[in-house]
Ligand binder design. Structure first.
Ligand code: HEC
Ligand code: HEC
Ligand code: HEC
Ligand code: HEC
Ligand code: HEC
Ligand code: HEC
Ligand code: HEC
Ligand code: HEC
Ligand code: HEC
Ligand code: HEC
Ligand code: HEC
Length: 298
């Protein structure tokens, strides 16, 4: 076949016109599709908070919706969490200790990817959100409930995603405790060794306890854990007595003469954290004998 120059030019114009029309068709079709998504799925976006990814278009995440056998469920362009990491910095979610549902890519177990009535697109508020997987019993119902736990402030002490510190703590336990508790009580002249070592959790539960001051055990037993020997020899030995003070099981029920409403135990004479006096005495005393008068009035 032979083309005349005129015919070739006419044909070219037709081709350009066709390309223009096709492009117009695709673009208007695309715009329609965008509109269409909202036409049928509008109910999805009626809640208070909408994911900032939504205005970027549903196809930012669902590259092929309405497919019979999509590569990823609901026609997503990737599975979670990789889908999320397209826009969110992965490093925040992959520090040394990763929360199990994050490691499992179950972002949707806590977040609605589209819209939510709760801040941060959460599907519920903490602590109830946490209790969907963690047994509530471990955080309530006991005699003593740590005030921030009772207040449902789980995320002041835990990063919900991942952390460089064990148990998803945002920092070392000691630093964490001192965020809310006055450090001076723990840094007097003589500091009890486990306190100096930041081992608050060797004596305290972080959430709830049956014992005063969130102790892990009965007060005396907390101390005997490390000072077993005390039980075997008379404590606070004095020349005229070979038995010493009734401590441990023997002391059950004896009232503390100096602290109203409290039982007589190790804490009657010792501060578990720190003290200006030697021997971690709770009273101002330069020697053992100065301690006695607080209870044994002359
Ligand atoms: C004519 C109405 C209509 C339009 C337009 C529409 N959808 Fe749907 N879509 C449905 C219905 C009906 C379902 C099935 C019921 C359901 O899950 O809500 C569905 C299901 C889905 C699903 C879930 C599972 C699957 O089959 O993939 C996704 C994701 C989805 N649509 C995304 C989109 C996106 C993105 C658009 C725009 C590109 C869109 N839809 C446009 C009606 C529509
Ligand atoms: C940020 C990514 C993202 C965007 C943007 C997004 N989706 Fe989704 N969508 C998801 C994920 C992830 C799931 C799967 C949720 C799950 O596993 O529970 C999903 C599930 C769905 C489903 C089925 C389950 C349901 O929630 O009903 C529909 C329908 C749907 N999307 C529609 C849309 C529509 C319509 C748009 C645009 C208005 C949109 N999505 C935008 C991530 C996204
Ligand atoms: C297409 C990009 C994109 C994708 C994919 C994406 N997001 Fe987002 N997301 C954003 C933007 C933009 C913001 C707002 C800025 C910010 O907080 O980083 C945001 C904010 C958020 C917020 C905070 C909301 C708030 O109120 O502060 C959460 C939670 C969130 N995204 C979860 C997810 C989850 C879960 C996925 C995966 C299912 C995901 N995102 C995937 C773009 C995206
Ligand atoms: C166990 C529940 C849980 C899981 C699983 C979870 N998140 Fe979160 N996410 C939260 C909570 C709670 C917040 C709010 C933190 C705050 O307010 O300080 C949050 C906040 C966010 C934010 C807002 C930015 C920020 O750090 O405050 C983004 C983005 C986010 N999550 C993305 C994701 C992605 C992506 C995944 C999956 C890899 C995921 N989340 C899995 C509970 C979860
Ligand atoms: C979707 C289920 C799920 C939700 C929701 C959830 N967790 Fe978890 N979490 C787990 C699983 C599974 C483990 C690992 C098994 C275990 O230790 O019980 C875990 C472990 C933990 C650990 C111990 C981590 C470690 O390194 O030992 C902490 C702390 C924790 N979760 C806090 C929270 C907090 C706070 C919330 C609420 C913001 C929450 N979780 C919500 C499933 C969940
Ligand atoms: C005052 C800080 C604080 C608050 C508030 C707090 N936790 Fe913890 N949580 C801790 C510490 C500290 C540990 C580590 C205990 C240990 O190492 O023995 C821990 C451990 C955990 C563990 C792991 C338990 C185990 O034995 O491995 C889970 C799960 C957990 N917390 C969930 C929660 C939930 C859910 C809430 C809210 C109801 C919450 N935490 C509130 C400080 C806190
Ligand atoms: C050797 C065990 C032990 C260690 C370690 C320990 N505590 Fe205590 N803590 C106690 C005992 C026992 C009480 C109860 C004191 C009493 O008899 O009233 C207590 C009481 C408390 C109280 C209640 C208020 C008060 O002062 O009576 C707080 C708060 C407290 N401890 C925080 C901490 C913090 C924070 C750490 C770590 C820096 C820590 N504890 C380390 C044993 C310990
Ligand atoms: C978010 C703030 C916060 C953090 C973090 C925190 N606490 Fe507390 N804690 C409180 C409040 C508030 C109270 C109740 C008021 C008070 O007694 O000072 C309390 C009370 C206590 C009590 C006395 C409980 C009672 O009823 O007798 C102990 C013991 C205690 N905290 C130990 C710790 C330890 C150990 C840590 C670190 C693992 C810690 N706290 C971290 C806020 C916090
Ligand atoms: C986790 C282990 C541990 C626990 C629990 C513990 N202690 Fe200690 N305590 C030590 C260590 C270590 C020393 C320093 C070495 C020594 O004197 O045995 C010490 C020293 C002491 C001293 C001597 C301090 C001095 O300056 O002379 C007293 C008093 C004391 N503890 C009382 C207590 C009391 C009271 C309790 C219970 C509230 C208790 N301890 C619980 C580990 C512990
Ligand atoms: C009546 C007051 C009193 C009570 C109660 C008491 N202590 Fe003491 N404790 C003392 C005195 C006084 C000393 C100093 C003795 C000395 O060094 O001469 C001392 C010294 C100590 C020491 C350091 C010296 C040593 O013997 O190892 C430890 C540890 C100790 N007590 C632990 C305890 C524990 C644990 C309890 C509870 C089971 C307890 N104390 C109950 C008064 C008391
Ligand atoms: C915190 C109060 C308290 C302090 C301080 C205290 N005691 Fe006691 N003491 C008691 C109590 C309570 C008993 C038991 C009384 C009873 O059996 O009902 C007791 C009993 C005794 C006994 C009789 C023990 C026996 O053999 O039955 C002697 C001796 C004694 N104390 C000497 C001392 C000396 C010495 C000091 C000073 C180093 C001292 N106490 C400090 C509260 C205290």
């Amino acid at each position: 076949m032979v083309y005349s120059e005129k015919g070739l030019m006419r044909n070219t114009r037709i081709v350009f016109a066709l390309i223009f029309l096709i492009t117009l068709f695709i673009f208007s079709g695309y715009a329609d599709a965008q509109l269409d998504c909202m036409k049928c799925h509008k109910h999805m976006l009626t809640k208070k908070f909408v994911h900032a990814a939504i205005p970027m278009g549903c196809k930012a995440c669902h590259s092929e919706p309405h497919q019979k056998n999509p590569k990823f469920s609901t026609g997503l362009s990737a599975a979670t969490p990789d889908l999320c990491y397209n826009c969110h910095d992965k490093t925040k979610f992959s520090k040394k200790n990763v929360h199990a549902p994050v490691a499992g890519g179950m972002c949707s177990s806590c977040h609605d990817p589209h819209t939510s009535d709760y801040a941060k697109l959460l599907i519920g508020e903490s602590p109830d959100l946490c209790f969907t997987c963690h047994d509530k019993k471990g955080f309530s119902g006991k005699k003593i409930v740590h005030s921030p736990v009772a207040g449902g402030m789980c995320i002041t002490c835990h990063d919900p995603h991942s952390s460089g510190t064990p148990k998803l703590l945002p920092s070392d336990p000691l630093v964490l405790c001192f965020n809310c508790h006055d450090k001076t009580e723990f840094s007097k002249k003589n500091v009890h060794m486990p306190v100096a070592g930041g081992m608050c959790l060797s004596c305290h539960e972080p959430h709830v306890s049956e014992h005063i001051a969130l102790l892990t055990k009965e007060p005396v037993n907390v101390c005997l854990e490390c000072h077993e020997g005390i039980k075997k020899k008379p404590h606070v030995i004095v020349s005229f007595s070979t038995t010493g003070h009734p401590i441990g099981v023997q002391a059950k029920g004896i009232a503390d003469p100096a602290r109203k409403g409290r039982k007589f135990d190790c804490g009657s004479c010792h501060n578990p954290h720190s003290s200006e006096s030697p021997g971690l005495f709770i009273y101002k005393a330069d020697s053992s004998s100065q301690l006695c008068v607080n209870c044994h009035k002359k």
